[in-house]
Design a protein around this ligand. Structure first.
Ligand SMILES: [Zn+2]
Length: 311
């Protein structure tokens, strides 16, 4: 049987929030089968639990933000997508995330530090079948027209693969690989995706700071690009680091479904908002998906049954 997974032990991290600039502590703890991933705001007078679900997402403008039931007035946690991506990449089903502020720390701007933390704590197999959301029908969402067109799609696929195309019309970005694909069954999430950092343009920074955003951003946690080039002295970590980060984000955004997907995902210029709309569109149509388990591991997609790297 393909089993659910949690952590073997407790692990902690300290960092700053990308948008809030606030210091924040994270404590990642094992959770029982079928708990899912639950954030707990432990800084409030009464701790508030925020289970990660597709409908707990309440804001997708700069990052994926969740609150209980998606209520915009309730306590929230923002920028969950990189941690969620790491959990998906390691196949973690059940986890408590105690957090002392309203934003997950940005760390180095990728999910590599989260992967390291989770792997250091160890992964434990649990005595419950892992449930997947198997996509049975193609679902697509679109936004904008002409040069502003963006779309995202899920199609039936025995496995989980993602493909992303960006088009920034910027010399530093266009010189890199703008289209990239990744197959989760390869077990190479940590090597191929996790190190891709978030990125930002200097021309946007002032406007965002004036709105109280990216207060914690720096070249230590993002690729920073001016009108012509990448300013980080160490350059890029992958030739196609921008497109890879979009895949890293998509993996995190889609993992708020609460279960891993069996699907092929493709997006052209999409982002957090479109990814969440795609998930809501899928889950709203009961004929477009079903929950499946693999009692016989040999029937699972290639690479899914291995313990170490993925799933
Ligand atoms: Zn990101």
């Amino acid at each position: 049987m393909l089993q659910q997974r949690t952590l073997k032990s407790i692990t902690r991290a300290v960092g700053v929030g990308l948008h809030s600039g606030q210091r924040v502590e994270l404590t990642l703890r094992p959770a029982a089968p079928d708990t899912g991933i639950v954030f707990r705001r432990v800084d409030l007078p009464q701790p508030v639990d925020i289970p990660v679900r597709f409908d707990s997402v309440c804001d997708t403008r700069m990052a994926s933000t969740i609150s209980p039931g998606g209520d915009p007035g309730a306590p929230k946690v923002q920028t969950i997508e990189h941690l969620m991506s790491a959990c998906s990449g390691l196949g973690l089903d059940n986890l408590y995330v105690d957090i002392t502020a309203d934003e997950v720390p940005i760390l180095d701007g990728s999910s590599a530090s989260f992967v390291f933390l989770l792997q250091s704590a160890g992964i434990e197999l649990q005595n419950a079948p892992k449930r997947f959301i198997k996509v049975k029908k193609t679902v697509e969402v679109r936004e904008g027209e002409g040069a502003r067109l963006m779309w995202a799609r899920l199609e039936p696929h025995h496995g989980y693969k993602l493909s992303f195309q960006i088009d920034f019309n910027h010399p530093a970005v266009d010189a890199t690989g703008q289209e990239t694909t990744f197959d989760m069954g390869s077990g190479r999430y940590k090597q191929e995706i996790a190190r891709a950092r978030t990125f930002g343009f200097t021309k946007d920074v002032e406007a965002m700071r004036a709105r109280g955003l990216t207060l914690g951003g720096s070249m230590d946690n993002a690729i920073v690009i001016d009108d012509y080039r990448v300013l980080n002295s160490e350059g890029l970590r992958y030739d196609d680091e921008f497109a890879k980060h979009k895949i890293l984000d998509a993996i995190g955004d889609l993992y708020v479904a609460g279960r891993p997907l069996l699907a092929a995902y493709t997006s052209y210029k999409g982002g957090h908002a479109l990814n969440n709309r795609l998930l809501r569109t899928l889950l709203a149509d009961a004929s477009a998906w079903e929950l499946v388990t693999f009692e016989d591991e040999s029937l699972a997609p290639t690479g899914f049954a291995e313990l170490a790297p993925a799933w």
